[in-house]
Design a protein around this ligand. Sequence first.
Ligand code: B12
Ligand code: SF4
Length: 506
Amino acid sequence: MMKNTEVLLVSAIHKDLFFSQAPRRRALGDLGIRYIAAYLNKNGVQTDILPSYTYTTEALFNYLQSHSRVKAIGFSMHTISAEKSLCDVKAVKERFPQIKIWLGGFLPTFGWRFLLDTDCPFDYIMRGDGEIASLILCKKIIAGEEDIAMDGLISKSDPETHRDSFCPVADIETLPFPYFCEGDKVQKVGEYMVSASRGCYGRCTFCSIPAFNSCRRERSVQSVAAEVKYLETNFGASFIDFVDDSFLGATQWEERAAEFAVISEQMDERLPYRISLRANNITDSVLANLKIAGLKAVQLGVESFSPRQLKLYNKGVTVERALEAIRTLEKNEVYVQCGLILFEPTTTLEDLIANAHILMDESWAVVKSNSQILFCAEGTALGERLKATGGELLVDGYLNYRWTYRDERVGLVRRVVIEFEKGLGGYSDILVDAITPPSLLAAKDYKELRRLQNLYQRLSFAVLDAVCKAVVTEDRPEAIHATLKRNFGRQFAEIIAEANQILERN
Ligand code: B12
Ligand code: SF4
């Protein structure tokens, strides 16, 4: 049955952009627009969505042609989808000038100044949680109001008002489950995203979550378990990807983990799942309880094993605590993928070598990337510091700040490491990402693959170590590459060949 859609929410991350980052992953995401759609529908505004897996400009126009009552479109924007979204907003306004368009999500929350400076003819920008403010806005649009001014909304025609206001949802327990559209019912992705909390108690200086996302708010364990059951029963979910920045909070976290165990047993609900945790929440008893409920893998934002960088990032975790967390995960056989941000303006060769040495020895953690640079949005603590020291925002750099390395050899190290890995044929993506897809987690060869991931990783940190030592006396990348190829080429080729065989079998 066709919906009498009044409001359409779209996530213009084209599937090629989204899935190409992780070719083996197919998780149903777009929780932001799904939550807003559920809230609007519950409150009487007929709302539908075009999720990212289905989004194309053509799909959007087809939708608008067959749903003539659409009065407003909300674009959810990431920086990776900014260009496409702005282009499509323009195209919609040319053909359907009467439709009001507002932008929200990750990028509009921090990059609103950049958006206002474009010539894109959108009507409004909304920062932060979208549910409450979107309901008020859409009701006004449907009632025919023009030039709307309200909390949580920056109007293109009057950008100075309300630019610092947000409408956070204080009690996220009151929100309905995320909305699913017609197309979702035929998707057989298996993996579904669920949000059990919003915000984070961490205060990391580079992170947009504490800067924009209000304080940490939790749903009850009962409600989360009920959503998991609903996804399993109605959509055949077989794996849950919790999107929480930190699955556990700063208080009562051991109790919450225990409650997950009890409730999952009571409801006989034990779908395998993956979460993000801060190192300080990782203990034997927490893991034992979360495992009863189905925990398989943890994403751990270590950021660095250099005490100096941990202090700069205000991580609130020592090197020793991070290592203890990894060992505890190993003891409990919970897989871990660590996030590192090694490259920032003040990185020293010593920082890099300290990280390389730890990770050359570490046999359990898999690291997402050994060349990740610092990204910090305008409005985050570190972003403001970079701005104060003359950094400018890079439009073609996802609105990151332009910064230079204090020690230019650090920049050379990164270039050489990236080029060397590229020369291996993009295998780091395939091998490292292989930790996350549930299809592989369940595979009988997974332990073998995991062993190869670790070998690959330890070798890539040996490369990092070697490059850091080489740049002290050599500044020609070609010369360093030649040595790397000689010393490491054959070992990489063997790991890749073996991993390829396993990936083909699974
Ligand atoms: C899923 C996800 C993605 C997916 C999104 C696609 C999808 N189809 O779902 C993909 C894979 C594309 C992605 C990519 C990246 N991500 Co990401 N991602 C997430 C994650 C885990 C969950 C998002 C989510 O569903 N949240 C739950 C919903 C309810 O919240 P929400 O999306 O923010 O939506 C609310 C508001 O933003 C707003 N809203 C959203 N859309 C709209 C639309 C309108 C019209 C309105 C009005 C409001 C609105 O209202 C919603 C409800 O209140 C978050 C972490 C998090 N917990 O948010 C990280 C997160 C946003 N990602 C992050 C990062 C770093 C990235 C990458 C840069 C990673 C990388 N190195 O490649 C890339 C690139 C992103 C970019 N620069 O464009 C970081 C940002 C950190 C920072 N520096 O501040 C986060 C915070 C994770 C973290 N803690 O590190 N990501
Ligand atoms: S722990 Fe993660 S989500 Fe929380 S503030 Fe730090 S980086 Fe952000």
